[in-house]
Design a protein around this ligand. Structure first.
Ligand SMILES: [Zn+2]
Length: 606
């Protein structure tokens, strides 16, 4: 018989006769407490391999052990757990519960619910502690997971990570580089057990919106959303953005150092008296001062970069240069707090926190907990919005077409559930596989005088006429995502260029150009828009005029002293000016540097 290879932590250690027996034996010993509970074994008979893992970094999860389809975690255990007579660790030690890693899971057959164990045809090895334990931390915050398509749940867990909320209750003492805060966070009306048990309701990151599912004059096409302006004015989705700037008084070799101070006129790069008007005698700005883009926060001067030879005639003392800390070129706000301290090396340093209130505006992103994200396209006047017979005006309107194709039935179920909760005053449970049921919500709605399906007759705010459609309206938890237009909006006419290529810089933070990529370039070529192509690629980018020798084709030079142009290779005087992109000139230089001699053949010589 072919022998089975045994690996410990991925390293081959030897052969054995029967891999299955080894795996079974090790597992038995682990359950009896003879081996550490952190050891995992996986046997792959087809591959003739056994893997024993004991190392760190494996994601492991607890499961109830079964023996002949009977849970090792008995009723007796559960009673003791309730009386707190037995701890989790003891249950693991007794072999009732064990932790499996991804590799050992390959050898298991896990029942989701105790009901499945009644099927004697199947031999299960483990039982899930709770069916919702198959989900991760982020996706178990999604209510009614089982009613949605898996990719949507995945998207929803991504959105949850991007949502604004109360990330820490001591935010005013902290100094993160960037911080986002939601003004009035609310706990969701429909929530899951995980949300409750993790205490996430204390750090909520969303609000319960009244949402109507209807199109509004084409303003909410596709994933655009229409939001009630009055709701925004009352603080819906309002958030704060905090940015911490820091400056340090550095020491340089030679005993020189930076200084926090208001720079004087003689300082190199002096910005003018207005720029420093808000600074105090220490060169620092004060709290609650309004700052705009490029406002100076900390006045600072540094010693000159290069030491000058001091001649006898030089009366001038050292010329310090301006190196103040300013607000970013595309941000503004109010100074929140100022902290002064010392670095480990004893240098003085300051941290300035700037705060800005971000009121939701056109272009800001919102998402429900079902992967249904949308961008505000219109802040509608409340008077123009449709209303119900009770006078309820929706906070937000999504397009009905967002639902069928995405198959996020949970979205509708949460709207229904939360609407029922608002009427009967009881929070609803959306835990996966065992949450509250649709029928209960319908019952609640019926008892409070609403249609069990959640739809209502609405009246057009503009004309006042009844709308001849049943409009689904309910309450649902929405999250404001941190993709704010105010932090993304960008345009440029002229601006800085890169030193190496002479092309415009990249990125909003560096006042960069808007990229005209390969695909856009191909469009211009396809349309035959040659002048536009030349304008984009040369004139508005890295245009340069180089001298080229008409005889040998190499780049020529201009001797400024003699005011003469000549070719350094063939010494010819037949020199022509050629317009090209600087990146091309750079390519010629790089070719020369690896021993290739590029020559330019000139046509149509002027
Ligand atoms: Zn030449």
């Amino acid at each position: 018989m072919e022998k089975v290879s045994v690996y410990i932590n991925g390293r081959f250690v030897g052969f054995c006769e029967d891999g299955e027996k080894i795996a079974k034996d090790l597992r038995e010993r682990r359950r009896q407490g003879q081996l550490d509970p952190q050891i995992n074994v996986a046997s792959f008979p087809n591959m003739k391999e056994v893997f024993i893992n004991t190392d760190e970094g494996r994601a492991r999860r607890p499961l109830i052990v079964l023996k002949n389809n009977k849970p090792m975690l008995t009723e007796e255990h559960l009673k003791k757990v309730e009386k707190r007579e037995v701890t989790w660790t003891e249950l693991v030690r007794q072999g009732a519960i064990e932790y499996l890693d991804a590799e050992e899971e390959e050898n298991t057959f896990i029942a989701l619910t105790p009901d499945q164990l009644k099927d004697t045809e199947r031999q299960y090895t483990h039982l899930e502690i709770d069916p919702s334990a198959i989900l991760g931390f982020a996706s178990s915050q999604v209510p009614f997971t089982e009613y949605n398509m898996a990719p949507r749940v995945l998207m929803a867990s991504q959105h949850t990570k991007q949502s604004l909320g109360l990330y820490a209750s001591n935010f005013n003492l902290r100094s993160e580089t960037r911080g986002y805060l939601l003004y009035y966070p609310q706990r969701p009306i429909v929530q899951t057990d995980v949300y409750e048990n993790m205490g996430l309701y204390k750090r909520s990151s969303g609000q319960n919106f009244v949402v109507a599912v209807l199109s509004y004059a084409g303003h909410n096409m596709n994933d655009a959303i229409v939001v009630n302006r009055a709701a925004i004015d009352r603080g819906l989705g309002r958030s704060a953005f905090l940015r911490t700037y820091s400056a340090e008084e550095r020491r340089y070799p030679g005993g020189q150092k930076d200084a926090f101070e208001t720079p004087q006129e003689y300082v190199q790069g002096y910005l003018g008296p207005e720029a420093y008007a808000k600074l105090d005698i220490n060169g620092l700005i004060s709290p609650e001062e309004i700052v705009e883009a490029n406002s100076v926060l900390v006045g600072k001067t540094s010693p000159p970069r290069f030491l000058k030879e001091i001649s006898a005639l030089d009366v001038e003392t050292e010329k310090r240069r301006e190196s103040s800390l300013s607000v970013r070129s595309n941000e503004e706000g109010i100074v929140d707090s100022i902290m002064i301290s010392e670095t480990l090396s004893g240098n003085k340093f300051a941290k300035i926190k700037v705060r800005k209130t971000n009121i939701p505006e056109i272009g800001d992103k919102f998402a429900s907990r079902f992967g249904q994200k949308g961008i505000i396209a219109l802040l509608a006047e409340p008077a123009d919005l449709p209303f119900t017979k009770d006078g309820i005006v929706p906070d937000l309107m999504i397009n009905p077409h967002a639902i069928p194709g995405r198959m996020t039935a949970g979205h509708l179920l949460e709207m229904l559930g939360a609407k029922a909760a608002c009427l009967d005053g009881k929070l609803k449970d959306g835990t996966s596989f065992r949450g509250d049921k649709q029928a209960d919500f319908e019952q609640s709605l019926l008892e409070t005088g609403f249609h069990p399906a959640g739809h209502e007759t609405m009246y057009d705010g503009v004309t006042g006429r009844m709308m001849h459609a049943k409009i689904f309206i309910g309450v649902i938890y929405y999250q404001r995502l941190h993709h704010l237009v105010s932090l993304k909006m960008h345009a440029r006419s002229r601006g800085p260029v890169q030193m190496l290529t002479h092309q415009p810089t990249e990125g909003r933070a560096r006042e960069g150009g808007l990229r005209l990529g390969e695909m856009e370039r191909d469009c211009f070529i396809g349309y035959g828009a040659a002048s536009l192509l030349k304008e984009r690629m040369i004139d508005s980018s890295d245009k340069t005029i180089e001298l080229v020798c008409g005889d040998c084709g190499s780049l020529a030079v201009h001797d400024k002293v003699k005011n003469k142009r000549y070719c350094p290779v063939c010494e010819s005087g037949d020199i022509h000016e050629v317009v090209m992109s600087y990146a091309f000139k750079l390519l010629l230089d790089e070719m020369k540097s690896i021993g290739i001699f590029p020559k330019l053949k000139l046509k149509y010589q002027a």
